[in-house]
Design a protein around this ligand. Structure first.
Ligand SMILES: [Zn+2]
Ligand SMILES: [Zn+2]
Length: 603
């Protein structure tokens, strides 16, 4: 047996790619000097080559292959791939230099360990000064866990608001308002500006922050204070002061430690065929929280998250990301032209989000509702994959050549809404509310007369005529007992509710304000989403509300009559299907919903 020193595989830039003679040793080490004791112990523990072992994990899944022979390390190490190991500080921007960018998306975090298996031959890169590499065959099973994890030290500022980059006026106004209330603020730009293929992708945003750096605990207390004092619902802007640290231990199927990495390691496969991962945790914090064995294209970055525990990040080409993401956004059986429209909007949504979220995390996006629901290869469907491929590299640009903020919702109810009505801020020329009708005729009801518009159940709306339309989402009625409404509004302190009025409506009839009067007082709920949330997520705020009373005039119940499902801004997804079925092509559909925007390739 050779000494430990020779077990460390040196990096070499001239080795053949993906093939070479196998060697017996498997120990790869790339750990900072800070852990000499552990290192010595592990060297001792790993002095013998790991043996094949039967799968003993109770969570073994039939989807994963059985344990293959133990892998061996290659002497001739291939040159680094484009997309070197990233650190949290430099992943907040996409790299278009090679054409299609790669996107680091979180699959899970806060995990004690992960078990995964490459679908083709794998190269495990340990980073560090010498970039050690271990190679292993398809189907081999690996377990990675974090030891000696230390959480990141974050500094936090209270975020008072977020503004489009074009909305300097809104920013200044809000800043002055807070200053008048004695609060010192500062602004922060997030996002980036990309010039690409003659187009501009600009997802920069201004954040308005309280000029006060706080610990996470102090920030929570300050947020509560601001809510009490001025009713302001704030969020947090986090920055990493000291990155999280930890040692990643890689074990083979027999449980032998075969390598260590400091903070992060990267697993890649030939042809990007990807990995099977056991027990991927999803919908954390939601009712349908669960675990599922899933398969992903692209590379895996195993890294220490902000808690000092394990994060599993999928570094995936944008097009492959979309293949696993579009099926979560729509019906795979929808018309192909509608699926193409969905693929283009999903691409735009990803481009708009990267670099503006998760600024203190070692990834750009999460795979949950917060960023983009993504199940990887497991979620893919042939039809949506075909739609992604047919629109490869295409995004939607406004007349002045800027990437459109291609938001969408399920059912507009016959008319889409202006962005500022739902989210505030300046009007976006690409997000103007439009009638969603396949035929127009004189005397058709419009949202300006909302009662008759909501009563028009036979409107020739694209989202009603679509073969996948749900009539109870186009027009609906929701009844709450007086007791239910009093419970929903209890925290507002107005007492038993006597009157409710929806007002400040946008072009589609969606309300911005709900006024509630009760026996003890009155108040207003502002914002489309806040109104919907108050009633346990009302389908939409395109609604009217009335009480029903008993013979003595006492309120028995409140009845909302409404239209549409969702915020109604941008594309109506069900309407897009209706339009495709009526013969419109995806470019026509997108031009309609985004006010003349055009599809153009960016790579
Ligand atoms: Zn997210
Ligand atoms: Zn519609």
């Amino acid at each position: 047996m050779e000494g430990p020193g020779s077990l460390v595989v040196p990096r070499s830039d001239n080795g053949p790619e993906w093939q070479s003679g196998w060697h017996a040793s498997t120990v790869v080490l790339a750990v900072h000097k800070a852990v000499p004791t552990l290192l010595t112990l592990l060297l001792a523990a790993c002095a013998s080559a790991p043996q094949p072992a039967p799968a003993s994990d109770a969570r073994s899944s039939p989807a994963l292959p059985s344990v293959p022979p133990a892998p061996r390390t290659e002497a001739g190490v291939p040159p680094p791939l484009p997309g070197e190991l990233s650190t949290p500080a430099d992943v907040k921007r996409l790299d278009f230099r090679g054409g299609e960018p790669q996107v680091p998306i979180r699959l899970m975090e806060g995990r004690p360990e992960v078990i995964f298996s490459p679908r083709t031959r794998m190269r495990l890169r340990f980073g560090g000064p010498d970039d050690k590499v271990l190679e292993a065959p398809a189907g081999s099973v690996w377990k990675v866990r974090v030891s000696q994890g230390e959480p990141a030290v974050l500094s936090v500022r209270i975020q008072l608001g977020e503004f489009r980059f074009s909305d300097k006026a809104g920013l200044a106004e809000e800043q002055q308002e807070w200053q008048a209330r004695g609060l010192s603020t500062r602004t922060q730009v997030v996002g980036a500006l990309y010039g690409i293929a003659g187009k501009v992708i600009d997802n920069r945003r201004y954040l308005l922050l309280v000029d006060e750096e706080l610990s996470p605990q102090a920030a929570a207390a300050r947020q509560a204070e601001l809510l009490r004092q001025s009713g302001a619902r704030t969020t947090l802007f986090e920055e990493v002061q000291t990155p999280a640290r930890g040692i990643l231990e890689v074990r083979d199927a027999a449980g032998n430690v075969v390598g260590l990495a400091q903070d992060s390691l990267m697993a890649e496969t030939k042809d990007d065929s990807g990995f099977d991962i056991r027990q991927v945790e999803y919908h954390v914090g939601y009712e349908n929280h669960g675990f599922e064995d899933r398969s992903y294209r692209g590379a895996l970055q195993l890294t220490v998250d902000r808690f000092g525990t394990l994060a599993v990040v999928n570094v995936v080409k944008l097009e492959d990301l979309l293949k696993g993401l579009v099926p979560s956004e729509t019906y795979a059986r929808a018309h192909m032209e509608a699926l193409k429209a969905q693929a283009v909007t999903a691409r735009g949504e990803v481009l708009a989000k990267v670099g503006t979220k998760h600024l203190a995390d070692p990834y750009l996006l999460c795979s949950e509702q917060h960023c983009a629901v993504y199940r990887g290869r497991t979620g893919e469907a042939p039809s949506t994959t075909a739609a992604v491929e047919a629109t490869r590299g295409e995004a939607l640009f406004s007349k002045d050549g800027r990437l459109v903020d291609s938001v969408y919702s399920a059912v507009c109810g016959g008319h889409t809404e202006n962005n500022e009505v739902v989210w505030g801020g300046p009007p976006d020329p690409s997000l103007r509310g439009q009638p969603d009708l396949l035929e127009t005729s004189a005397g058709q009801p419009s949202p300006q007369d909302l009662e008759s518009f909501l009563a028009a159940t036979d409107l020739p709306a694209a989202c009603r005529l679509s073969s996948l339309a749900q009539p109870n989402k186009f027009r609906w009625e929701k009844r709450f007992t007086a007791a239910q409404v009093n419970a929903f509004t209890e925290s507002l302190g107005v007492g038993p509710v006597q009157a409710m009025t929806l007002s400040e409506r946008g072009v589609s009839g969606r309300a911005r304000v709900l006024t509630i009067s009760g026996e003890k007082g009155a108040t207003q709920i502002r914002g489309e989403l806040n109104i919907r949330k108050l009633f346990g997520m009302l389908n939409s705020s395109m609604a009217v509300v009335e009480p029903t009373r008993d013979a003595e005039g006492r309120i028995l119940a409140w009845v909302f009559r409404g239209g549409g499902w969702g915020h109604g801004v941008g594309m109506c997804q069900t309407g897009a299907i209706g339009r495709a079925e009526a013969g419109q092509r995806y470019r026509d559909i997108l031009r309609h919903y985004y006010n003349g925007a055009e599809v153009a390739p960016i790579y």
